[in-house]
Every structure is written in structure tokens, then in C-alpha cells.
Design a protein around this ligand. Structure first.
Ligand code: GUN
Ligand code: ZN
Length: 441
């Protein structure tokens, strides 16, 4: 039986989506809250004084004015692109050919894949992200490498083997049947093991034949509770190329819909250039659109209409898209989403950005019953944010009159220095005197 722990700091608990109700009605706040953790699970949330009085035997971790949030959830990343993040000067299709594919070829070596998986997870944890949903490469060993490190850390994580059987180098191409057979094998091996789950992963329409997409559509039908992740309508050149390659489809989404890949458990990255028909079908289906703002500015893709899509009733996520995205940090990602909102004439509230990065993203991964909020009964994946981590941030935060004003400078200017501690499943893995410590059985 684990010892009880109590974490003390400022706490926020959402009771509704701040895209559906006014922000002041969406959350409960405590300036000195307490979180009781037993056996990896949050068993009480309330005023620190009351929780401490009721559990005098617990270990106390008093983080003073820090903000305790659920660990960030990043629902669209490419861990194999860790080493080529911030590669200069290309648009999507050339960036894939000139930087991404040559790097992904290296994952044919399982030792290389294991090294990058460890490096990647170390980086995201130090940025306060405790759950990711990642694309791997076409090599099954790239999936094993990722899941092995995630499991050693006891992370809740999602990953899938990228499937592509055309328009990619020989070393990265699978086949229609081979891609789906390998996906099924990996899914059977990893889905539901510990805290891990599998996502069926056609890279995007351009790198798959119709036969491959159909085979993956069949696989989705066999595993309806499994997530499916892909990309859609990220750049105009890509949309035009999809129209050329799939002349029988009426639009980009129709390529997925006609092959069984439009589904409620579908995660569609970018989705900037959707027609009204495509947007309407995605919304009716209850599929998720994932906004990747640092990627959309870095690769020059365009400005996603977050506020508009929320108003239309879409399910929405917010992600780094590392390494097309230029960051490992959900703080930086929230800042970029705010800036894109400003450029489109709508100011996204910090409470909406934080909700997306935690509970909203957890919902998309079907994990809001276990992570993404400080709700009693959830697994204790927690990030402790120092809201005065640099002199520039501290001097602005000191003027704040309420929690969102105090947090906003950290969103706009913060980085991994703001991450004071990270707890995973009730254990502190990063924090005072702790370097990153993988759990090994
Ligand atoms: N579209 C297809 N593959 C990718 C990728 O790796 N990154 C991004 N940003 N878009 C893609
Ligand atoms: Zn992506």
C-alpha cells in the first residue's frame, strides 16, 4: 500500500467546457487547495486546511502559490521528428521529403528508435506533458520502442504505426495488406496494456493507395473503440494533390469517408482548408479536429479558425505536432493558439486554452474518465506550475488580480522553467532533487 500524499497549491477544477458556458461559470478555484493522492489516484480535492486535518498521516508537498493542474495532454505529435524539429525553410510536401522522411528512415534501427523515444519523453515530461498521442514511423519496431519507454515511465500514452504504401522512399513504404496486418499485430500487442492504447494511423491520403485506406477502414470497423489518427487539409498544395490522386472522390474528406476512415474515434490533424461539406460531415460524425498552431505558423500552413469551429459545435483539440510544430511545450502551443486567435479577430481566454490542453484533449482520447482533470477518482497525473518562473513573468504576475491574469504571463512567456514538478500516477517523477526516473520492473 502506497503512502498517502497531499499536494498543496492553487487549484482549478472545470465543471463545464468554457466553450459552452461563460468562463466564470466553467470552473471552481481554490487559492490554497489540497489534492489527496492514494495508490496513484486522486481521492480528495478541497481546501488544503481541511484535507490536511483529515489526513494527518499523509506526506505533505506544499507548493505555495504554484498552480496545480492536470498534466498536459498532447493529442497530435510525431516523436520520430524530435531530432529534426526546427528545420528551416520548406513548406509541407518538401519538408516531408527533405527532412522528415530521411530522418524516419533511421527508425529502421530499433536502437535508434529507443534512444529517440527516451529523449522525446524526457523532453515532454520536463514541459509538463504527461500524455501524448504519437505517430511512429512505418517500422513496427518504432512503435515497440515508444511503448516500452512509456510503459517504463507508467505513462498513459497512445501511439500507432504510420501506414504509407506510396509517395514515400522505399525504406518507408509498407503495402496495403502489410500495413494493416502490422497495425493489427501491434494493436493486439499493446492496446489496453497497462496505461497504453493503440491508434490506427494512416499518415494521410497522399501516402496511401485506396486499397491501403480500405484495409485500415476495415481494421477500424473490427476495433471500434480504437482511435484512428491522420492529417487532413493542412496546406492548399496538399489538398490539390489529393484531388489529383483521387479523382473519384468529391473532396479530401470523401477519400477517408469512402474508405471507412471517417469515424467518431477519428483524430484529424490541422483541418484548416475544409469545405462547408467537409466541416459539416466531420461535425455530424463527432470526429475531432486538432489545431496545431506552432506547426501551422512554422510550416506556413495557415490560420485555423478555433473560435468559429467551436461555435459550429466541433470537437476540438490543441496539439504541438512536434516536429512540424516548433515546440515540445503545451504552454508555447497555447501562446501560439492565442496569437492565431488574435490574428483572426477572436481572443481565446486562458481558461479555454488550459481546458483544451487538459480536459478537452483527454476527452478526444476517450480518457476523460481517468486523466485531464483533478476530479476525484482520476489518476494522479499532475503538473505543478511556478507562475513566477522568470523575472519577466514574475513582475507581470505580481500585478494580477485573479488566477487567469496570474497564469496568462506563464502561458505567453513560460517554458520548461515554469514546470516545478511532475507527478505520474501518484508518483513524483520530476521535481525537487529528482531527475527524470523511468520506472523499471
Ligand atoms: N502530413 C503528413 N505527414 C505529416 C507530418 O509528419 N507532419 C505534418 N505537419 N503534416 C503531415
Ligand atoms: Zn502531424
Amino acid at each position: 500500500m502506497d503512502k498517502k500524499s497531499i499536494l498543496i497549491g492553487q487549484t482549478i477544477l472545470y465543471n463545464s467546457s468554457p466553450f459552452k458556458v461563460a468562463i466564470e461559470d466553467a470552473f471552481e478555484y481554490s487559492s490554497r487547495g489540497g489534492i489527496l493522492i492514494e495508490n496513484g489516484v486522486i481521492t480528495a480535492l478541497g481546501e488544503a486546511s481541511e484535507i490536511v486535518a483529515s489526513h494527518p498521516d499523509a506526506d505533505l508537498h506544499d507548493y505555495s502559490r504554484c498552480l496545480l493542474l492536470p498534466g498536459f495532454v498532447d493529442p497530435h505529435v510525431h516523436y520520430p521528428q524530435t531530432a529534426i524539429i526546427a528545420s528551416w525553410g520548406e513548406r509541407l510536401l518538401d519538408w516531408l521529403n527533405n527532412y522528415t522522411f530521411p530522418e524516419e528512415i533511421r527508425f529502421g534501427d530499433p536502437a535508434y528508435a529507443a534512444g529517440i523515444a527516451e529523449r522525446y519523453l524526457r523532453l515532454v515530461l520536463s514541459n509538463g506533458t504527461t500524455t501524448v498521442c504519437t505517430f511512429c514511423t512505418t517500422h513496427p519496431a518504432s512503435v515497440d520502442a515508444f511503448f516500452e519507454v512509456a510503459d517504463a515511465l507508467d505513462l498513459r500514452a497512445v501511439a500507432g504505426k504510420v501506414c504509407m504504401d506510396r509517395n514515400a522512399p522505399d525504406e518507408l513504404r509498407d503495402s496495403a495488406a502489410g500495413g494493416s496486418d502490422d497495425s493489427r499485430m501491434l494493436l493486439e500487442k499493446w492496446h489496453g496494456r497497462g496505461r497504453l492504447s493503440y491508434a490506427i494511423t494512416p499518415r494521410f491520403a497522399l501516402t496511401s493507395s485506396r486499397a491501403q485506406l480500405e484495409a485500415l477502414g476495415d481494421l477500424c470497423r473490427s476495433y471500434p473503440d480504437c482511435l484512428m489518427q491522420t492529417h487532413i487539409a493542412e496546406q492548399p498544395e496538399e489538398v490539390a494533390e489529393v484531388a489529383r490522386l483521387f479523382p473519384d472522390s468529391s473532396d479530401y474528406l470523401d477519400v477517408y469517408e469512402s474508405t471507412g476512415l471517417l469515424r467518431p474515434n477519428g483524430l484529424y490533424g490541422h483541418a484548416i482548408y475544409l469545405s462547408p461539406r467537409e466541416s459539416g460531415r466531420l461535425r455530424e460524425t463527432g470526429a475531432a479536429l486538432i489545431h496545431c498552431p506552432t506547426s501551422n505558423t512554422f510550416i506556413g500552413s495557415g490560420l485555423f479558425g478555433l473560435r468559429e469551429r467551436a461555435g459550429e459545435g466541433h470537437r476540438l483539440g490543441l496539439a504541438t505536432d512536434t516536429g512540424g510544430g516548433s515546440s515540445f511545450s503545451m504552454l508555447r502551443t497555447m501562446a501560439a493558439a492565442y496569437e492565431i486567435g488574435q490574428l483572426r479577430g477572436s481572443s481565446i481566454h486562458p481558461g479555454q486554452l488550459v481546458w483544451l490542453s487538459t480536459q478537452g484533449n483527454a476527452q478526444l482520447l476517450n480518457m476523460d474518465g481517468c486523466i485531464g482533470s483533478l476530479r476525484v477518482g482520476n489518476e494522479a497525473d499532475i503538473v505543478v506550475l511556478d507562475l513566477a518562473s522568470t523575472p519577466a513573468i514574475a513582475q507581470r504576475a505580481s500585478r494580477a488580480e485573479e488566477i487567469w491574469e496570474e497564469l496568462f504571463p506563464t502561458i505567453m512567456m513560460g517554458d520548461d522553467r515554469a514546470v516545478r514538478s511532475v507527478w505520474i500516477h501518484g508518483k513524483e517523477v520530476l521535481g525537487e532533487g529528482k531527475s527524470w526516473t523511468p520506472r523499471r520492473e
